[in-house]
Design a protein around this ligand. Sequence first.
Ligand code: AKG
Ligand code: FE2
Length: 365
Amino acid sequence: MTSFTTLELLTPTGPVSRRVSLAPPRKPTESEMPIIDLTTIDDGENARKVLAEKMKLAAENTGFFYVSNHGIPEKLIQSALEQVKGFFNQSPADKDRVGFARSGKSCGYHSVGSTQINNTETRDKKETFSMRYDTRIDPFHAGKTHEDVNSTFAATDFVWNGTSHLPNFRPVLTEFYQERLKLARKIIRLFALALGLPEDYFDSIVTQPGADAVHIHYPGTDEMPRNGQDVDVGIGSHTDIQCVTLLWQDMSGGLQVLSAADEWLDAQPIEGTLVINIGDFLQRLSNNKFKSTVHRVYNRQKTSRYAMPFFLGFNPDHICEVVPTCVDADHPPLYEPISCGKWREVRLKLAETGKVASQDKNSLL
Ligand SMILES: O=C(O)CCC(=O)C(=O)O
Ligand SMILES: [Fe+2]
């Protein structure tokens, strides 16, 4: 008989207790995590409608799928990985020069164990280097003068100044960020089609989006802890906050996705693919049609695991409501309008403190 434990999870409607299987993760079925081939993504709207239909099925099922032929050169991904390894191989003091708190808490370095995304699991056994959206590197704004809408220019300059001794770190990570931003904008167009909307429906609200790139190192483990205890979780059970996540993972394995039946699925790495998943904000806008699904990572091997997720949100100040195609007399909107920036802030505060400020309570409805 399957046995279960209970985890507290942060969901779009606030924290909930959820029954979760203790059985080892199983392989997902084809429809739980399909592979969608993006070769035809630039071939015209009819070709994109075919892709969008496949994405819709995945979005309504587990909210997780793989994409192949996504157009980001493998060579660029491998160069980014080399740079990221070089960064993490530095001394703790060198990494702390670009510490998250020092940068103004919007980008930079988090050390191993400094975060705990889920309070019912262990601290997260990972270290990260995060980049935030910066208009100056957005190909969409090339050749324009820039206003610092998010007040992050100083923070991003701070982290690049603190890594300038790693000569290719900034240019390679910037190029990789730009490629993912372009791909994420194409993917959000496919999601618009998948929601029965015109494909340019979201275009005007991804011009200066909340778009974060995180580079993660999960250290290996030398031996299994004694007394039947498991190793610490790499990143605890959570849902992603914004709209769409594009995840590159190395071949280590360890990413687990919670099925509708509360069982863990093994989102095994597939060479040449990215994993795409839906975040809470897109679930809100879709009136829960699209699923923002709980996932976590364990690195149980002796060697390091590396992963590089990219999170796309909308322009932070734009107030968004449930989209018209997901509302009718039988399906009234389940959520109040809110901006993606405010939503992110409320969710991060909730993750940090376990509480929502009373003036923000309505935002979580
Ligand atoms: O490392 C991974 O494969 C996933 C990381 C993740 O879920 C996250 O950063 O939100
Ligand atoms: Fe995640």
